[in-house]
Design a protein around this ligand. Sequence first.
Ligand SMILES: Cc1cc2nc3c(=O)[nH]c(=O)nc-3n(C[C@H](O)[C@H](O)[C@H](O)COP(=O)(O)OP(=O)(O)OC[C@H]3O[C@@H](n4cnc5c(N)ncnc54)[C@H](O)[C@@H]3O)c2cc1C
Ligand code: FES
Length: 243
Amino acid sequence: MKFYGVSVEERKASGRYTVLRYRWPGLVEPGQFVMARAVGWPVTLDPFLARPFSFYDHDGEVASLLFEVRGRGTALLDRAHKIEVSAPLGCGFQLGSSSGKAALLGGGVGIAPLKILGRRLTELGVPHDVFLGFADAPTAGAARDFPGAGMATMDGSLGTPGTVLDAVPNLTEYGAVYACGPNPMLAAVKRTVGPDRLCQLSVEERMGCGNGSCNGCAVPVRSGGYVRSCVEGPVFRAEALAW
Ligand SMILES: Cc1cc2nc3c(=O)[nH]c(=O)nc-3n(C[C@H](O)[C@H](O)[C@H](O)COP(=O)(O)OP(=O)(O)OC[C@H]3O[C@@H](n4cnc5c(N)ncnc54)[C@H](O)[C@@H]3O)c2cc1C
Ligand code: FES
């Protein structure tokens, strides 16, 4: 896997998350991801493995990532001036096959791919609504980047109390649903949408290599067995997943 060194051009807080921006010309599909790590010296061995992050936004020249500091890899990214990235990786959202209005649902850092997805749907002239779910008001500060989005918080401190699904008044009015977040959220979205409408889910399985060679990111599929979410995903049609 080839890594490119890029300079962090801007870093800002977004609620309890961080948004990093760096120059990245080229094509990026919504739902594709980046393996990223802070640049170390003389070589990057801390962390040994890069970490996966969805593209948060990309305007053709500048890319951004939105992330939560969880452990060593994200703590180093949070203060790095230079990072190494390998991208764009994986299969993103398949657009164009839906009809009518689309609903975009994100939970926690799963809101990340919705920004670039919303940008692309707007370019395609597809009407859409965005719904975001957070743990609490401090994390919900990230919703400021999504004007007009519906919102829920688990502790009820902002927006509708409950999960992101509680923030959607009527999911049946949408011809397509796109979602990203923790697996229990995605499973609930899949159950609620049902089998008759287009539903695509971006999974956040832990990853080792990000290029298909370690099998660390396997997800069970209905056709039997497992597939690697870093190459066959991370976005799947809901009915393909065995949960
Ligand atoms: C395709 C994909 C896209 C992702 N996009 C984003 C994104 O846009 N923004 C973002 O903040 N995060 C995203 N993640 C999750 C992100 O990769 C992890 O938070 C990150 O790897 C943690 O690295 P760390 O070294 O800081 O923490 P570690 O030290 O590796 O782990 C710290 C804690 O976080 C937990 N953790 C690590 N990875 C995950 C995971 N995938 N799911 C749930 N818990 C995890 C660990 O179990 C541990 O408790 C994405 C994951 C995938 C697979
Ligand atoms: S992360 Fe190694 S195969 Fe997917």
